[in-house]
Write a protein that binds this ligand. Structure first.
Ligand SMILES: [Zn+2]
Length: 308
């Protein structure tokens, strides 16, 4: 068959002509029909020699001809037998479009889940000392911010896409980008940073960029609104945590966990700062959070082909 899904690349449809021997291992190729693993079988070509053939009762000369059969995807031995007939018929443009949509939905689902889990991972820590009134204020703030960002996205996606491209290209780390204050440069954060650098120096940048752009486009849609709200909330928590860190540092270190008043003060100051966070910085932080996520790894872990 001519088309397969590259599961390590998030289920994008690939053409056998664009693949080689290593593709099955590198791309995690699966059959679009039965979802079993497939591999690339090299195309063949041979020269049919010139000969004389009988045509309509006459003997005629037939010239030598190069006969080529293209490179195709094949199921492994013992897999997908029922599928062979179906997969040898030509896959039409409509089928390809359907497969693209199916794979895209799978990816969107994965992005959605991950954006929620990013927020969930930091939310409980910060929420402990926040009053109900402040929580209600925060929810309104999140709603407003998400609406305004979505309006910007809908008006013109291009500047966002360009920023994403620059961030991916420049390989800028969080530390270098100046989004982390001195107080946040703890050993733990620096170690995490070094680990991120290692990961991103080896990642397929083209695929990473494709995914980041797909996420930004997704956040601009109606179905992406909830994920965007979670991202806004995530960003607020992160910004507040950074501010809190700075205030702590100014106070001469981390206050004792029993010193509730000091912690309340820090939280109050931090949320005041959040209110004053400029829109452009907010958007930039949002994009940095998207670009700094290991999407290719996520996809590889979650959308892998079955064992063969
Ligand atoms: Zn199959």
């Amino acid at each position: 068959m001519r088309h397969a899904l590259a599961m390590y690349r998030g289920g994008f449809v690939v053409d056998a002509q664009d693949c080689d021997y290593d593709s099955a291992r590198l791309l995690g190729l699966t059959c679009p029909f039965c979802k079993e693993a497939v591999y690339v079988r090299a195309g063949t070509s041979y020269v049919r020699p010139a000969k004389q053939v009988s045509r309509g009762g006459n003997i005629v000369d037939q010239e030598a001809k190069l006969v080529e059969s293209p490179q195709t995807f094949c199921h492994y031995e013992g897999k997908g037998q029922e599928c062979e007939y179906r997969s040898t018929t030509t896959v039409g443009q409509q089928d390809i479009e359907r497969l693209e949509i199916e794979a895209r939905n799978q990816r969107l689902d994965l992005y959605n889940q991950h954006l929620w889990s990013m927020y969930a991972a930091i939310r409980p820590k910060a929420d402990k000392f926040v009053s109900d009134g402040r929580k209600a204020f925060r929810d309104r703030y999140i709603e407003k911010k998400a609406r305004s960002i979505q309006a910007d996205l809908n008006e013109d996606l291009e500047p966002f896409m360009q920023s994403i491209e620059q961030l991916v290209k420049s390989d800028s780390s969080v530390k270098d980008s100046g989004l982390f204050s001195e107080a946040m440069l703890t050993d733990e954060n620096l170690a995490r940073e070094a680990d991120q650098k290692r990961y991103f120096s080896a990642v397929d940048k083209g695929l990473h960029l494709l995914i980041c752009k797909e996420i930004v486009a997704f956040l601009s849609t109606r179905t992406g609104r909830y994920a965007l709200k979670k991202m806004v909330a995530y960003q607020l928590e992160l910004y507040a945590a950074t501010s809190a860190c700075e205030i702590e540092a100014e106070m001469g270190g981390r206050p004792h966990p029993h010193n509730i008043e000091a912690i309340r003060y820090i939280n109050r100051q931090a949320s005041e700062e959040v209110k004053g966070m400029p829109d452009d910085l907010f958007k930039q932080c949002l994009l940095v959070a998207i670009v700094g996520t290991r999407w290719v790894e996520q996809i590889r872990d979650r959308l892998s082909p079955p064992d063969r």
